[in-house]
Design a protein around this ligand. Structure first.
Ligand code: ADP
Length: 196
């Protein structure tokens, strides 16, 4: 029995938090594979827009390269369209909401769909380990924002703008903190144990 009142895990509304390099994308993929949840990652969506050369892609390009938050109206638009296209299946938000304004815009959208967040999961990893992980990823993926300066900026924004969102959400949703320094499979086990 999980802390979710026996809810069908396929219809969950989840949000994954954690600094860059904490493993959100990796765990979201596991949730997609094992529970059939839609993976909604604003970072991936923005990089896609840029790769396709859309107007939005051109607008957000500098923000991505500098590790700064893309303007809220762009994110809220992107998210609204994505949520509207959702079927019945549950979803996991990855990398959004990233500040208080986004959290406050998201709330009525989910309420209107009768799909408020059921659980917020935070993957916790200390900064020294994050820098190491991201440096490794830079070699593998060649992301333009995985340079030491931009990584430092992304981590600063997470600490200053994103972490406070957790206190706000905790007023209405359970916030579960997991040790993100464990091996991927162990983190997945901890996570799935809460959901199934
Ligand atoms: P990471 O979590 O590793 O920093 P993401 O792929 O989630 O990477 O995000 C990459 C970049 O995309 C961010 O640095 C930011 O510029 C932009 N971005 C993604 N999601 C948001 C969001 N919700 N609000 C504002 N900007 C965002």
């Amino acid at each position: 029995m999980s802390g979710l009142g026996g809810r069908d895990s396929r219809t969950l509304s989840l949000a994954l938090f954690g600094p860059a390099g904490a493993g959100k994308g990796t765990q979201a993929q596991v949730l997609r594979r094992d529970l059939g949840l839609e993976h909604i990652a604003t970072g991936d969506m923005l990089r896609e827009e840029r790769a396709r050369g859309t107007e939005m892609g051109r607008t957000v390009s500098t923000y991505l390269d500098q590790g700064r938050l893309v303007p809220d109206d762009v994110i809220v638009d992107l998210l609204r369209r994505r949520l509207e296209a959702l079927g019945e299946q549950g979803f996991v938000l990855d990398g959004v909401p990233r500040n208080l304004a986004q959290a406050k815009a998201l709330e009525p959208m989910l309420a209107e769909m009768s799909r408020p967040l059921n659980l917020v999961v935070v993957l916790e990893v200390p900064p020294e380990q994050l820098a190491q992980r991201l440096e490794q990823r830079a070699h593998q993926e060649g992301r333009t924002d995985d340079t030491p300066e931009v990584i430092a900026e992304r981590l600063r924004i997470y600490r200053e703008e994103t972490e406070p969102v957790l206190d706000y959400l905790a007023k209405t949703v359970r916030v579960l903190r997991l040790d993100g320094t464990k091996p991927v499979a162990a983190v997945s086990r901890d996570l799935l144990a809460e959901l199934t």
